[in-house]
Design a protein around this ligand. Structure first.
Ligand code: HEC
Ligand code: HEC
Length: 192
């Protein structure tokens, strides 16, 4: 084709042919590079704007969980009990209503949930305040939970299922893709 297109005896018809061929080739290339390897594992990547108040008030004892990992009712129930939050006092000094609004706006049953609407699958009533009690979370972690003592409790680098970031390094940014999961101190074939 190069010869045909670069030849000096280019006619109008030939030019047209070459142009079409060039456009076709480049769009195939663009499609290919967009699709690429990660196409099959776009998986769970939450998209949400960062909220500094939320991170400050709720990110001190554990990661500031991405809003998409719980449905609205769970966030609501959790905020109703912040004075006794798993044995801790966690009531924000200020901006409580704003933070709750932000979380509900991006919750797993909001219009901003994307793939994370899966977190509402087989949702129990009342909706649990723990992510790790959601049916969907438990389903996705069945292998982990079958080995809870070794993988989590006795694992010095994990300790609790609530520490998403121990195994999903970019959990706070909302990234939970399969290919980036790594349980510290455990051989991959035990959970892959
Ligand atoms: C003073 C420390 C502290 C602060 C501040 C705090 N938390 Fe927690 N949070 C905890 C503890 C402790 C747990 C239980 C962790 C465990 O079981 O390992 C927890 C658990 C959770 C869980 C359940 C995780 C699971 O197991 O699925 C959610 C959701 C949560 N917190 C949200 C919040 C939100 C939202 C805020 C801000 C309003 C907040 N936390 C502030 C200490 C805190
Ligand atoms: C002890 C390690 C560990 C902890 C802690 C953990 N996970 Fe996972 N997570 C895994 C493993 C292993 C898988 C399954 C990967 C696979 O199927 O190949 C997984 C899968 C997932 C998936 C599904 C990924 C997919 O593409 O199917 C999501 C979403 C997820 N975890 C979210 C969370 C959240 C949210 C937390 C914290 C509340 C958490 N995980 C805590 C190990 C962990």
């Amino acid at each position: 084709m190069t010869f045909l297109c670069l030849s000096r005896r280019t006619t109008l018809l030939r030019m047209l042919f070459c142009l079409t061929a060039m456009i076709f080739t480049s769009s195939v290339q663009a499609w290919w590079s967009l699709g690429g390897d990660d196409n099959e594992d776009r998986g769970y990547q939450a998209e949400f704007p960062l909220n500094e108040r939320y991170q400050f008030e709720c990110g001190a004892c554990h990661i500031a969980y991405p809003p998409q990992v719980l449905p609205k009712a769970s966030w609501q129930n959790l905020f109703a009990n912040l004075n006794d939050h798993f044995g801790e006092a966690a009531t924000p000094d200020q901006n409580q209503a704003e933070i709750l609004n932000y979380l509900k706006n991006y919750a797993s049953d909001s219009n901003n949930a994307g793939q994370f609407k899966d977190f509402t699958k087989r949702l129990q009533t009342p909706a649990p305040v723990r992510i790790t009690e959601l049916s969907f979370w438990r389903l996705k972690h069945d292998k982990v939970l079958n080995n809870k003592t070794r993988f989590i409790i006795d694992n010095p680098d994990v300790g609790s299922s609530s520490r998403c970031n121990a195994c999903h390094k970019d959990a706070e940014k909302g990234l939970f893709q399969k290919h980036t999961v790594n349980i510290p101190n455990i051989e991959k074939r035990a959970y892959k």
